[in-house]
Design a protein around this ligand. Structure first.
Ligand code: DHE
Length: 560
């Protein structure tokens, strides 16, 4: 079986097309209580993100026992005779599939792979719900607002600080972007997914995969966690209230489990409201686990854009009256994942990855502006905006499943772009990448370059590199920068993925995470955006599994 490392991982990628006429009643392999606990933990850390807690499938395929249990010999499945069960599942977990399942043979031990192959043939355990009361019980106000500094107590240029996720360490590094020195490493939730900034630029908010949300105050001499709260048991996103008059008043967090969003006080994290996202999909089916994917604060109105993965519904949640909450529900496509603003800040562009589409949500009218067909499995991160020499303003997304970056023409009220109107909401150009497996793209208004990574590509020379396009001549092949080599670290057996380009405030440096294993030395490699030469490599031993990086200024102002 060929090894693949494409994310959007899907254990049953190989299984789903072979629909069976009926489930069979075979016994699932027995697990000891200890094995069950370990299986639960590994499933949460490695599998739930794609396959769902209830294993109904999303980015990854359905993994309920009727798919995973051993089929009786000779059972006819659509597409041929197939025997599922432990042996076959072990192979899929170890080597991945061409359909997009990640190979785990260098992440899990043989015993763990065997355990997971048996574990997923058993019924999924359903984790407990998490109520507003549970949230309130978990809330820790470490420093009340009145006891916090009233002015900045340090000399750091806060606008150029980078918040960097140290994924497997369950920590966040705040790095001074001017000096390239680690300012402080703080404990957070496990595998913080994103960091967002308060409207003031003073507070960093993070949410761990385990739902632990923290607010870090950068006004102290050293950054200090001033409050924490748990949102549930599996989470990916937070954002603040950014609209004029509501700056830093509220924070919203979305959870994968339970499927809901929670509203908190923006400065203390005191829980205020929890709203379930369970309901009907765009196809008219009830879904018990519609997880909250990306969330952003609208710049047009006091609203958050909340993207619900499994239902394909985009919610515009009006936070002007939390007691009498009004929500606009916009139908788009499945499964909603990540996205970013177009250059005008009016349209939110969100990937519906299983539909190979990007939904453009008009946050001014509260309507869907368009569903744009893209290549396979769009994965934009926040995407990237620039003015194309031929087609005017475009927003870009890379793809996990195709070797292209799609440039989508976006609408603009600026009369100088009126001539591009006919192109709006169409893919106007596809930039050729050396392979699939892209996760993030990035550019900056002051830069002539456009950066794309490909960390989920199975080939080392692609996954360990980033690719830089010249925005003035997009037909030219991109320059390949070998981040692993440029890091100066000794070669390693396992692939170290080069992931998520992020600009500094000035737009003249690009920071890349070189994401190694938990016990490997990883690095942050900083390039000069003009010369494409390495400027600095951060290889402090504390830099464990770095992934997402969020420059304060660029995150506050949605510069990408
Ligand atoms: Fe992410 C963004 C979910 C795997 C690093 N990721 C997002 C967002 C969602 C999401 C919903 C958008 C948040 C927002 O903007 O509000 N990610 C998921 C998953 O469900 C998935 C596929 C599996 C999982 O179990 O989590 C997944 N993501 C990963 C990774 O494996 C990455 C590479 C490393 C890691 O830290 O786990 C990863 N995701 C990121 C990063 C962003 C992100 C760095 C923000 C990018 C940006 O520039 O905004």
């Amino acid at each position: 079986m060929q090894k693949t490392r494409l994310i959007g991982s899907a254990l049953a990628m190989a299984i789903l097309p072979m629909a069976m006429s009926s489930a069979w009643a075979q016994e699932a392999p027995k697990l000891t209580a200890e094995e069950m606990e370990k299986g639960k933990q590994i499933y949460f850390e490695r599998c739930a993100g794609c396959h769902g807690v209830l294993r109904k499938g999303a980015t990854g395929k359905n993994l309920e026992p009727h798919w995973t249990k051993t089929a009786p010999d000779g059972t006819k499945l659509e597409g041929g005779t197939l025997k599922l069960g432990t042996d076959r599942l072990e192979k899929i977990i170890a080597y991945g599939t061409e359909g997009g399942m990640v190979n785990y043979d260098d992440i899990l031990t043989k015993e763990e792979i065997n355990l997971m192959a048996r574990y997923i043939q058993n019924e999924p355990p359903i984790p407990p719900e998490f109520s507003l009361k549970d949230m309130k019980d978990s809330w820790k106000l470490i420093v009340p607002v009145k006891d916090r500094p009233t002015k900045q107590m340090n000399k750091v240029n806060l606008k150029n600080v980078f918040a960097i996720t140290l994924r497997d360490a369950g920590k966040l590094a705040l790095v001074d972007g001017d000096t390239h020195k680690i300012w402080k490493i703080l404990d957070t939730g496990y595998a913080v997914h994103i960091s967002r900034l308060s409207a003031s630029g003073r507070y960093v908010y993070t949410v761990g995969r385990d739902g632990l949300t923290t607010i870090i105050d950068m006004f102290y001499e050293e950054p200090t966690t001033v409050a924490t709260v748990r949102l549930g048991s599996d989470a990916r996103s937070v954002d603040t209230s950014k609209f004029k008059g509501y700056e830093d008043k509220y924070l919203i967090g979305g959870t994968y489990w339970p499927p809901q969003y929670s509203i908190m006080d923006g400065e203390t994290l005191e829980p205020i409201k929890v709203v379930s996202t369970r309901g009907q999909t765009v196809d008219g089916e009830y879904h018990p686990e519609p997880r909250v994917a990306s969330i952003v604060a609208s710049l047009q109105k006091p609203e958050w854009v909340v993207n619900v993965k499994e239902t394909g519904m985009v919610l515009l949640v009006d936070y002007s009256d939390i007691k009498n909450l009004k929500t606009t529900t916009i139908e788009s496509a499945k499964f909603l994942h990540d996205g970013g603003w177009d250059a005008s800040g009016r349209y939110f562009m969100v990937a519906a990855n299983a539909s190979n589409k990007v939904a453009a949500v008009d946050t001014k009218t509260g309507k869907l502006a368009a569903l744009v067909d893209t290549a396979k499995i769009p994965h934009p991160g926040r995407g990237a905006n620039f003015v194309h020499p031929e087609f005017g303003p475009v927003w870009a997304t890379g793809h996990l499943g195709d070797a292209v970056v799609s440039l989508i023409s976006t609408a603009s009220d600026d009369p100088k772009f009126a001539k591009y109107k006919d192109h709006n909401w169409k893919v106007v150009q596809e930039l050729k990448m050396p392979g699939a497996g892209n996760l993030f793209v990035k550019t900056h208004p002051k830069s002539k370059n456009f950066w794309a990574d490909a960390p989920m590509n199975p080939e080392r020379e692609i996954a360990e590199a980033v690719f830089v396009f010249d925005k003035a001549d997009l037909k030219k092949e991109p320059v390949r920068l070998d981040v692993a080599k440029d890091s100066g670290l000794p070669e390693s057996k396992a692939i170290r993925r080069a992931v998520q380009p992020e600009y500094n405030e000035a737009g003249d440096e690009v920071w890349i995470s070189l994401w190694g294993g938990k016990t490997d030395q990883s690095a942050i490699v900083i390039y000069d955006d003009k010369t494409l030469k390495v400027k600095k490599v951060i290889t402090d031993p504390a830099v464990v599994t770095p992934t997402g990086k969020f420059n304060v200024y660029n995150t506050m102002h949605d510069v990408y």
